[in-house]
Write a protein that binds this ligand. Structure first.
Ligand SMILES: Cc1ncc(COP(=O)(O)O)c(C=O)c1O
Length: 386
């Protein structure tokens, strides 16, 4: 059912790429669409620009479709950190307000909240816990717990800022449970979707999520330095502008009209010139892949491929983090019995690309890999670990 050819995914020619949690090979449609824009710019600059006028609007529409929301709730940003900073810096915090996050969040979803300490905001961090019950004392980071989160919420909690999927262990949050909890207490749930969008279903409106910031060069296989942001209308209304420029106002290219009339839709955060080659690339990806297949099917295929890998992996040589079904994600973290750094290097020489975080190796296949690829990778792991 999935198109898995080398023609569509050229990186398959070079081995088995299992690092979609890091920087993915750009998918062919993305590359060609970006190239089309760059060629036109090289040949004609502003003269060729009209050919691409619809690119931003199309991006809003297609990302909206992927998230099952309206196009007006989508913004183009450069990365997760930019999305988070736009939100955090513009949020109407009062001194004494609190934000809850997890002690091992990726920096892009940590520092934007730390910065709010300058405004008298308290950042409360959830401890690392072991949801599996067999990882205690072995390594960290692993996950946060709902019980601790419930204990730490109080009347000053304004925002809960967590990753959908933890970048090192692969622990996936139950966003439905989290969103329902936040809705009851009128807390804004802000999600770092960098490690999930393109691999797991994420429908912000169905989970009462106020905002999602995403990096597009991982599970979406897009260009490095392309990001996106979802904001709900009510949440967006609350956010003050902290970045402004030539695209901030509703009068558009009437540059000498300085009326203060900021956009109210997602364009509010697209303050100035955007990389249109990135937008063209992402449109190509959405059209040909992420709107063609359902996110549910992609998730099922990715987890199935991980299972094929595990079936061939020697359990005496590796200890995988096996979270319960609801908390699984595209990242399968493993602890090898041998030196992880050296093993990753040896695997790379065999054409198997994996990345190391903390003490463990992350195996992150995407849907376009085959069972044969997973078997080959597991055999290489076994051979190199002894
Ligand atoms: C959870 C998470 N968030 C964000 C990022 C990337 O952040 P940015 O887009 O700001 O570079 C990563 C990259 O590894 C990540 O794992």
């Amino acid at each position: 059912m999935f198109e898995k050819s080398e023609e569509m995914f050229p990186a398959k020619k070079n081995g088995v790429f299992l690092s979609h949690c890091a920087i993915s090979p750009m998918q062919r449609h993305a590359k060609e669409a970006a190239q089309g824009f760059l060629d036109a710019m090289a040949e004609g600059g502003v003269r060729r620009l009209p050919e691409f006028y619809g690119v931003l609007q199309r991006f809003h529409q297609q990302v909206g479709q992927m998230f099952k929301t309206n196009a007006e709730n989508i913004s183009s940003v450069h990365n997760t950190a930019e999305g988070m900073c736009l939100i955090a810096n513009g949020y109407p915090f009062q001194p004494g307000d609190e934000v809850i996050s997890y002690v091992h969040e990726f920096p892009s979803n940590h520092y934007p909240w730390r910065l709010q300490e300058n405004r008298g905001v308290k950042l409360v961090l959830l401890d690392d816990t072991d949801p599996v019950g067999s990882l205690s004392g072995i390594c960290s980071p692993r996950a946060w717990s709902m019980e601790e989160l419930i204990r730490k919420v109080n009347s000053r909690t304004r925002i809960i800022a967590l990753s959908h999927v933890q970048f090192s262990s692969g622990y996936a949050a139950d966003l439905k449970e989290l969103g329902a909890f936040c809705k009851e207490r009128m807390i804004d749930l802000v999600v770092d979707g960098a490690q999930s969008v393109g691999c797991l279903p994420l429908y912000p409106e169905g989970c009462n999520v106020s905002a999602v910031a995403v990096s597009c060069w991982k599970w979406l296989m897009g260009p490095f330095g392309a990001g996106l942001l979802y904001t709900s209308p009510a949440f967006r209304d609350k956010i003050a502008l902290t970045m402004v420029g030539s695209s901030s106002m509703q009068q558009g290219i009437e540059y000498l009209d300085h009326t203060w009339a900021p956009h109210e839709d997602g364009c509010k955060f697209e303050y100035s010139t955007l990389p249109w080659e990135h937008l063209a690339a992402l449109n190509g990806l959405l059209e040909n892949i992420f709107l063609r297949y359902s996110m549910e099917d992609i998730r099922t295929e990715v987890l199935r491929l991980q299972d094929v890998f595990l079936q061939h992996l020697d359990p005496d040589l590796f200890r995988p983090f096996l979270f319960s079904e609801a908390h699984r994600s595209g990242i399968l973290a493993l602890l090898p019995k041998t030196d992880a750094g050296e093993l990753v290097e040896r695997l790379l020489q065999n054409g198997i690309v994996v990345t190391l975080r903390s003490e463990y190796i992350r195996v992150a296949p995407h849907f376009y890999l085959s069972d044969q690829d997973m078997k080959k990778a597991a055999e290489s792991f076994n051979m190199e670990a002894v």
